[in-house]
Design a protein around this ligand. Structure first.
Ligand code: SAM
Length: 338
């Protein structure tokens, strides 16, 4: 193994300022200006030492815009006397560096430099925050945020959208469950749902099934969650569909119903096929409890349904009711009620 003269390296490291520089650059990547401030020295005094350290290959540089950032180069260097002598010497110095008279003061100043750097970044974003979304910083498909969400949410969930129509309530579920079953009486509505959902299906298996809420084409306990958005007011009564929802959910599974509050828009019967002009939240909550859901809760929804009527668009209030299937076994419960 070729060896080289170690004396130049030892001389280089024998200088206290150069050791302080290396100790700081071992902790943080710094610009020349930041380094000079952390050392409490004029930049001109630091530059000469940096040139020597750079020539000896002890510094790594990164250029960003007009600034050059420096770090201690810990890699064994070409021309290094012996394999990585500089690195080995550095390793051997270890805690001895802390005994350098100026080192503690350097660290305090370094903290100040880093705090300034953070607050500069904060100031920059404070300045642009209001304009940020208008700066044209756009994403292409939006997949990145869906990927992030998919990693965070329990993706092994199996969900169903009942009376899914064109898939409006399904859309935010896609990508956040392993399987989604879209069910509707109308095959043509399911075709429209497919057009909407298949292009964004990501990791979710989506099934489209023709079926009624009073006899769901699903096995007992097959689902972790169901949503029924804007569909119960099309049905003659609440107990049969809610009993079916409870049957197809596993113990602990959740049902969510989104409904229209009672309203007086009678034209919606003829134009939109509505049977009831909205449903009273208390009636929906009572039906949830009657069929055996627990933790039944009414959630206000900050949204309105805005269909176009004969006299222009109307704004109708919405609400959500949710309930959970008891964790005690379904068969025990069925045995008690049958
Ligand atoms: C007002 S749309 C709501 C669609 C979708 N959930 C939404 O909010 O955009 C009502 C849907 O429920 C379906 N539907 C009506 N009665 C049903 C029933 N008994 N079983 C299953 N689907 C039904 C209709 O075919 C229609 O697609």
């Amino acid at each position: 193994m070729p060896t080289a003269d170690p004396i130049p390296l030892l001389k280089l490291l024998g200088d206290p300022t150069r050791l302080r520089i290396l100790a700081l650059l071992d902790r943080e990547e710094l610009s020349v200006g930041e380094l000079a401030r952390a050392l409490g020295l004029a930049q001109s005094r630091v530059s000469n030492h940096l040139r020597l350290l750079r020539d000896a290959g002890l510094l790594a540089e990164r250029h960003a815009g007009a600034s050059t950032f420096l770090r201690r180069n810990g890699v064994a260097l070409e021309g290094d006397p012996g394999p990585g002598l500089a690195s080995r010497l550095w390793g051997a110095l270890g805690e001895e560096l802390a005994a350098l008279p100026e080192h503690a003061a350097d660290l305090v100043r370094l903290e100040g430099v880093l705090a300034d750097r953070r607050s500069k970044a904060g100031e920059f974003f404070d300045r642009v925050a209001e304009e940020w979304d208008k700066l044209g910083i756009a994403f292409d498909t939006g997949q990145a945020r869906h990927r992030a969400a998919a990693h965070l949410l329990p993706a092994d969930f199996v969900l169903a959208d009942l009376g899914c129509g064109t898939g409006y309530f399904s859309q935010p579920l896609v990508g956040h469950c392993s399987r989604l079953v879209c069910i509707d009486l109308s095959a043509r509505m399911l075709d429209e749902a497919k057009k909407r959902l298949d292009p964004v299906r990501r990791s979710t298996d989506i099934e489209y099934k023709v079926g009624g809420l009073d006899a769901l084409p699903l096995a007992d306990g097959e689902l972790d969650g169901v949503v029924a958005g804007m569909v119960l007011h099309h049905l003659p009564e609440l107990d049969a569909p809610l009993t079916e929802m409870r049957r197809v959910l596993r113990p602990g599974g959740t049902a969510v119903v989104v409904e229209l509050a009672p309203h007086g828009e009678a034209w919606m019967r003829g134009e939109l096929g509505d049977r009831a002009l909205g449903l009273a939240p208390a009636d929906v909550c009572a039906a949830f409890e009657r069929v055996g859901f627990e933790d039944v809760a009414l959630d206000p929804v900050d949204d309105r349904y805005c269909p176009k009527g004969p006299d222009g668009a109307v704004e109708l209030s919405l609400y959500a009711v949710r309930g959970r299937v008891p964790r005690a076994s379904l068969s025990a419960r069925n045995g008690a009620t049958n």
